[in-house]
Write a protein that binds this ligand. Structure first.
Ligand code: SF4
Length: 295
């Protein structure tokens, strides 16, 4: 069992009574937590008036993947990437493909602790030139990712974040110097979609994407197309318009097919022609690097 790590990005709230209430300010949920309560992400917990990270040194999945699987097509192509994932996520996507990891706490999964330094040694031994923080939402394990990324950088490994982008500006900016590339999900351009399907909001994600873009770190975006929920021509056009206006036409954009899973098993898989059609719309609108995936 790893020693509990006190989290960063939280504050004590002044409340009446004995309850030592804290507020986590890592992500835009701003969870207010009484003693023994865990945040929406399931991996940050108030213990006696302090916030702790439950996923620190607790990787639940380690694998070596082609970098194209993240997907990143324009960053170190044809290399492998040492990939790790921790439990927990701050979104509740009905269609989550990794719900066994993301909708679960580190306590439930009971894994063997692995120190940040050991992750870097394993990555070096694997001869992958990069480490990817992926599979569930890496930002909710901010402290562990930060410690690994800092050490990895010293050993000339690149760091890659595969994220939903639901993160506050301060923690994002603090980790940016250590991250080399991002794939950020832009699941829809509609706030309604984020609220109903993911339990989140669009605006903080758009802000995070702009911060990453402004930092000149490598950025690619992924849009998973779900039939009937975000696949209309107007949905795609609105999404591409925002990308063009805010990030420019060179940002690589991946359209990906949905497969029924978790709580969205009543919707069929996305027909390949829908994904290809979305890519055609984006190209016609001037996007230069458009890719299709999962088809
Ligand atoms: S990171 Fe977790 S605990 Fe913190 S605000 Fe977000 S969901 Fe809540």
């Amino acid at each position: 069992m790893a020693k509990l790590k006190e989290a960063l990005f939280w504050k004590k709230l002044k409340t009446k009574g004995k309850d030592k209430v804290v507020q986590c300010v890592l992500c835009p949920h701003f969870c207010t937590l009484k003693n023994n309560e865990t945040g929406k992400c399931r991996v940050r917990k108030n213990i006696k008036g302090k916030l702790y990270s439950l996923s620190y040194e607790q990787p639940v999945s380690i694998a070596i993947d082609p970098i194209e699987k993240k997907p990143l097509y324009h960053f170190m192509p044809r290399t492998c990437t040492f990939s790790i994932g921790m439990a927990g996520c701050n979104l509740k996507c009905l269609n989550c493909q990794n719900w066994q990891l993301s909708q679960c706490s580190a306590e439930e999964l009971k894994v063997n602790p692995v120190k940040a330094k050991e992750i870097v040694i394993m990555a070096l031994k694997s001869e992958c030139p990069s480490i990817s923080y992926t599979y569930s939402e890496p930002f909710v394990s901010w402290e562990y990712v930060f410690d690994i990324a800092k050490l990895a950088k010293k050993d000339n490994l690149k760091n890659i974040m595969v994220t939903n982008g639901f993160i506050n500006p301060e923690p994002l900016k603090k980790i940016l110097p250590y991250i080399d590339a991002f794939n950020i999900d832009l699941k829809s351009i509609k706030d309604k979609f984020y609220k109903e399907v993911c339990g989140a909001r669009i605006q903080p994600i758009l802000e995070a994407i702009k911060i990453v873009h402004k930092s000149r770190k490598h950025l690619e975006l992924t849009n998973l197309i779900i039939p009937g929920l975000n696949d209309s021509d107007s949905d795609i056009k609105e999404l591409v318009k925002w990308i063009k206006e805010n990030l420019g036409e060179n940002v690589p954009l991946h359209f990906s097919a949905f497969y029924p899973c978790y709580k969205l098993t009543n919707i069929g898989a996305t027909p390949p022609e829908k994904v290809i059609h979305a890519a055609e719309i984006a190209r016609k609108m001037g996007m230069k690097n458009v890719h299709t995936g999962n088809i």
